[in-house]
Design a protein around this ligand. Structure first.
Ligand code: ADP
Length: 630
């Protein structure tokens, strides 16, 4: 089974996926940086705390060992042993008291005192003060018990008289025989140490073997414990009056969250029990606790460093990393976007170029087609011109043919018209010869004059026909309408007379002239007249009526007859070429078609139909009319 291609992701989905990936990477990088910064910060904090603990521990140790030489010094004093042997010797007691006071003045201990074997204080450096130890019995105090038993005793606790805490350093005293006679005790005040610790940035505590805090830079933790005390332990402390029990010896409330290394743990505590922190309320209290044993004692010194600074620095580093990552991501996205835009531009440019090439190709193809079309058009135009020319020639030939047809129609009457004078000429000539022969010269000359008139008449007939037959080129000029009508009538005169047609020429309503071709206009009129005469051949009344009417847009020549008129079925066809109702050989059916063409060429129009009364009526309208030149 083949697997199909992966579905194509839309750009929007791709965008969202890229953004989600970048966000995840950003969060991951922030977490990584936070973790790394915290680990580093924690280690640095542990190292620093360790280092400082070394210093505090050595300061403490040096304070504790500073008086190591004193017990020996005091035991070597003869009055010490003497007094211990004779406790009732007040003189000796005064001497020892003074001595102890003197020694302490140089040693700066809290107090130095000597106890006999019963535990009773027989001399003390503070002998002359109200809180003097002289006379007090310390047989129950562990330092006394230990010193008697082992030679030395060390103890930290509250003074039973002074109620101030101190470090008790007890040493057994022997006489010259080596018999134990008593104990010398030096009480050392550790307030200075505590005061020094309070200036420290971390919280410091000194705990005894029971886990009781007896020295601390944070007062609220004093005489509290790291862990709940066993009842027996508590009882023992009570018996030795080591610490204030009332309200004390309760656990601090520290909870070990994690062990960091052999000496360091991470501790949390309820906010109300915690030392004041710079973190305020922004973080839960959390401390790195580092522990160090104090040599020569069973104490432990502990420092509690607030992790606030680590957490804040880690948070800042993570934020910075996030910010940096976001900047890098924006830069990356910008570059990607830019790359995409450039790619799009290149693609667009390529498409544009392709389109341009295509366009150029199209233009080229079009140009070629146009050139070809142009060539064809030119050829066509040339062809049209040629055709037009041919048409023109044809039209002219047609016109001429029309003329000749008309002449043909006139031939019979012309022949008749010419035959008559010819016969008369013959007779007049014969008569003239006879008159001249017989000397009747005047009559002969009269005959000759008649001959001259006859030849003139004949010449006028033939010249009229010749002029009509003349194939004149088309020409437009100002034409006097009356003259053209007269010429046309004179051409038809022989037939009019022979057929007894009455010509009714109504006086013109205008003396306007028209712009027309006189020869062709005459041809049109001759054609109209000839058709009218044809139509009236079988009519009893033969009237050819001609009117010239001035119209709104020109002049009209109206030709009507008293013939039978145009058959209704033929009305639409009379102007069609070769339409004729006349006998074969009489009509060609070209007259009206040619006439209409001639009139149209002159800018006019020719219409035909039946008149209001009887017969046909043709309306020849010419547009351009001008006043006739006088
Ligand atoms: P032709 O005279 O050779 O027939 P025309 O084109 O001059 O050709 O005339 C066409 C036809 O129009 C005629 O055959 C005739 O039927 C009709 N016609 C023309 N003039 C008249 C007219 N005055 N009266 C009756 N019919 C006419």
């Amino acid at each position: 089974m083949t697997r199909g291609p992966l579905p194509h992701l839309s750009p929007r989905v791709k965008h969202i996926a890229t953004l989600a990936l970048l966000c995840m990477l950003c969060i991951a990088s922030m977490c990584g940086v936070y973790w790394y910064a915290q680990r580093n910060g924690t280690q640095t904090m542990i190292d620093n705390a360790q280092h400082r603990l070394d210093l505090y521990e050595s300061a403490l140790t040096s304070t504790l060992t500073r008086y190591d030489y004193l017990p020996k010094l005091i035991s070597l004093n003869p009055s010490t042993v003497l007094l211990l042997r004779n406790p009732g010797n007040s003189e000796m007691a005064v001497m020892l008291n003074r001595y102890l006071a003197e020694v302490n003045a140089g040693a700066h201990a809290s107090a130095i005192y000597v106890i006999d074997l019963d535990g009773k204080t027989i001399a003390a450096s503070n002998w002359n003060r109200p809180d003097s130890f002289v006379g007090e019995n310390y047989s129950y105090r562990p330092y006394f018990v230990d010193a008697l038993r082992t030679g030395s005793g060390r103890f930290y606790g509250l003074g039973t008289v002074s109620r101030t805490p101190g470090y008790y350093y007890a040493t057994r005293i022997h006489d010259a025989d080596g018999t134990k006679v008593g104990v010398v005790v030096i009480k050392i005040d550790l307030d200075m140490i505590e005061a020094m610790w309070k200036r420290s940035p971390e919280t410091l505590i000194l705990v005894d073997s029971n886990g009781v805090v007896f020295l601390t830079s944070f007062a609220a933790w004093k005489y509290r414990t790291l862990k709940p005390l066993l009842l027996a332990t508590r009882k023992r402390i009570e018996n030795t009056r080591q610490y204030e029990i009332v309200g004390g010896l309760e656990p601090i409330g520290l909870v070990e969250a994690r062990r960091l290394d052999e000496h360091a743990t991470l501790q949390t505590i309820a906010r109300k029990l915690a030392p004041p922190s710079r973190a305020g309320l922004s973080f839960e209290p959390e401390f790195i606790a580092v522990t160090q044993a104090v040599p020569g004692t069973n104490w432990q010194i502990m420092s509690f460093s607030d992790t606030y600074s680590i957490r804040q620095a880690s948070r800042s580093a993570a934020l910075l990393a996030g910010f940096g990552f976001a900047l890098a991501a924006i830069g990356f996205l910008y570059l990607m976007q830019r790359r995409r835009i450039v790619a799009q531009q290149l693609a667009m440019r390529a498409t544009l170029k392709q389109m341009n090439d295509e366009l150029e190709r199209k233009v080229l193809r079009r140009t070629e087609a146009l050139t070809k079309a142009n060539r064809n058009l030119r050829n066509e135009v040339t062809g049209h011109r040629r055709t037009e020319q041919q048409l023109k020639t044809t039209v002219e030939e047609l016109v001429q043919a029309g003329k000749l047809a008309l002449l043909g129609q006139m031939a019979a009457s012309v022949t008749h018209e010419l035959n008559q004078p010819l016969v008369a000429l013959r007779i007049l000539s014969d008569n003239a010869i006879q008159f001249l022969k017989i000397g009747r010269n005047d009559e002969g000359i009269d005959n000759l004059h008649s001959i001259v008139r006859l030849t003139e008449r004949m010449s006028s007939i033939t010249s009229q026909l010749r002029r009509f037959a003349y194939k004149s080129p088309a020409f437009l000029g100002v034409v006097e309408i009356d003259r053209v009508i007269a010429n046309a009538l004179s051409l038809m005169d022989l037939r009019i007379r022979r057929e007894g047609v009455m010509v009714a020429r109504e006086p013109a309503t205008t003396d306007l002239c028209v712009v027309a071709d006189p020869n062709r206009l005459e041809q049109v009129l001759v054609n109209l007249f000839a058709n009218a005469l044809d139509a009236m051949e079988s009519s009893a009344t033969r009237i050819l009526s001609i009117r010239v009417i001035e119209e709104a847009d020109g002049v009209a020549i109206v030709v009507s007859d008293s013939g039978a008129g145009i058959g209704l079925e033929n009305l639409d066809h009379i102007f069609e070429p070769f339409f004729t109702t006349k006998k074969q050989g009489v009509g060609l059916g070209l007259g009206l078609a040619i006439s209409q063409g001639i009139v149209r060429d002159m800018g006019g129009r020719l219409r035909g139909g039946n008149g209001a009364h009887r017969g046909a009526e043709f309306h020849l309208h010419l547009h351009i009319s001008v006043p006739c030149e006088t």
